[in-house]
Design a protein around this ligand. Structure first.
Ligand SMILES: Nc1ncnc2c1ncn2[C@@H]1O[C@H](COP(=O)(O)OP(=O)(O)OP(=O)(O)O)[C@@H](O)[C@H]1O
Ligand SMILES: [Mg+2]
Length: 274
């Protein structure tokens, strides 16, 4: 019985249950990204885009108030998005056993593209597909909730469904949530105008218009966020290495979630219905 009550994050055996090991780590070649410096081949045989607390710290992005919280933000947002019914690539905690450094890993979707084949093509698909419209509205509501400033067209993964239509997954929450001072410093504030998320949204909304099916998709995400209780969020936090989120910030997040998240959800609901 005592074991059941033990905090999993304090138990190295438990922690290993939730992590993969690195087989090899490779620096990113080619064009520079803001936070991603390495990819890793992991013990499950798949390649991951990996981010450590140090990658955040060395990034030059000025908007990042707490850059070392990049892995925690990625982990929490991916798990919450997934729970709300938003498609995201699978993610894992990955450990380098040489030095016990831990990484957030986003599993490479080898069949997807991280850039639309062409923007015009994406616009055509968006105008044509009710499903894609619902996806981008759901992702927008979620991004507003977690204060993700960076949803540009290169932060969706694009695939072609069996009906030949484009579908997307949301990835890259490295400039969102805890990194940006969410939730206590953002309170109920919506994203600022002029950030990639709001700029991209303006263009998307011109194409989709505002129809009930899109609104319903966004409201469904907000409804799910209001149903995720603090114990569930705590479980998500317990499954990442304790070093990713200092105890004070963890306590502040959980306490905000328990008492104040509904005001933020309400603020996003008004934006979605606007
Ligand atoms: N799960 C994944 N599947 C496929 N490609 C991925 C995945 N994760 C990351 N990538 C690729 O790695 C690139 C950089 O990843 P990511 O956007 O998370 O890092 P970043 O440093 O925040 O980048 P940027 O500043 O360019 O947005 C992506 O644009 C994409 O090409
Ligand atoms: Mg990116």
């Amino acid at each position: 019985m005592a074991d059941e009550n033990k905090d999993a994050s304090q138990d190295p055996l438990q922690e290993n249950l939730f992590s993969l090991e690195i087989i090899s780590l490779k620096p990113i070649m080619g064009s520079k990204t803001a936070q991603l410096t390495h990819t890793a081949l992991a013990s499950d045989g798949w390649e991951y885009a990996v981010k450590s607390c140090d990658d955040g710290r060395s990034s030059l992005i000025k908007a990042a108030k707490n850059p070392s919280l990049v892995p925690a933000s990625e982990w929490i947002c991916n798990k919450l998005a997934d729970t709300c019914g938003i498609a995201t690539p699978p993610c894992q905690v990955i450990t380098d056993t040489n030095n016990n450094q831990t990484f957030f890993g986003s599993r490479y979707d080898l069949s997807a593209l991280a850039t639309p084949v062409s923007i015009l093509d994406f616009i055509d698909h968006l105008a044509d597909s009710d499903l894609l419209q619902r996806q981008v509205w759901a992702i927008y509501a979620f991004d507003q909730f977690v204060f993700n400033i960076d949803r540009n067209t290169n932060n969706y993964l694009y695939s072609i469904g069996r009906d030949e239509k484009t579908i997307v997954q949301a990835f890259d929450f490295g400039l969102s949530s805890l990194v940006l001072g969410w939730p206590n410093q953002t309170g109920t504030n919506l994203l600022p105008y002029g950030c990639p998320t709001t700029d991209t949204w303006r263009s998307i909304k011109k194409i989709t218009g505002t129809n009930q099916s899109c609104i319903d998709a966004a409201l469904s995400v907000l409804g799910n966020l209001s149903r995720i209780n603090v114990d569930f969020l705590e479980m998500i936090c317990d499954r990442m290495p304790p070093s990713w989120l200092p105890p004070l910030q963890r306590t502040a997040l959980l306490s905000w979630w328990d008492s104040q998240r509904h005001s933020r959800i309400e603020s996003v609901r008004k934006e979605v219905l606007r």
